[in-house]
Design a binder for this molecule. Structure first.
Ligand SMILES: [Zn+2]
Length: 130
């Protein structure tokens, strides 16, 4: 994750539909989320390890349904947490790079109310649910 100090002011930045105070709050919220997810992921990985389940890189070697329900449940929570952390990291990157609040598909501004509610939103409502 690039540091915020490398950010240069740009014309695009001034196009943000959200005031700087709201962007700062969203930034803090996303960073908190990322830290929580880091901890959750570490805990789930430790749980898998404790159960003797293979490392993530070995998952392909495990046949479908071969693992017990506990391991499968942990894996599915781990997958969800990893996916969520990816979304949070991408939102932080958009903030740092000055692309936050703009639809990744059509380039339109994403509604401010939507961004405040779902800071990881990367598309406008006409382009998709993400
Ligand atoms: Zn769009």
């Amino acid at each position: 994750m690039p540091s915020a100090s490398i950010v240069a002011p740009s014309a695009e930045r001034r196009r943000f539909p959200l005031p700087p105070s709201v962007l700062r709050r969203i930034n803090g919220q996303l960073r908190d989320d990322a830290r929580l997810l880091d901890r959750r992921i570490a805990r789930l990985e430790a749980d898998l390890h404790a159960l003797g389940a293979p490392e993530r890189s070995d998952i392909d070697a495990v046949a479908e349904g071969e693992e017990g329900p506990v391991v499968e449940a942990i894996r599915s929570r781990l997958d969800a947490a990893l996916g969520r952390r990816g979304e949070v990291h991408r939102a932080l990157l958009r903030l740092i790079e000055g692309r936050f609040g703009r639809c990744e598909r059509c380039g339109a501004d994403i509604r401010a109310e939507r961004l405040e509610l779902v800071p990881t939103a990367c598309r406008c409502t006409s382009c998709g649910p993400r």
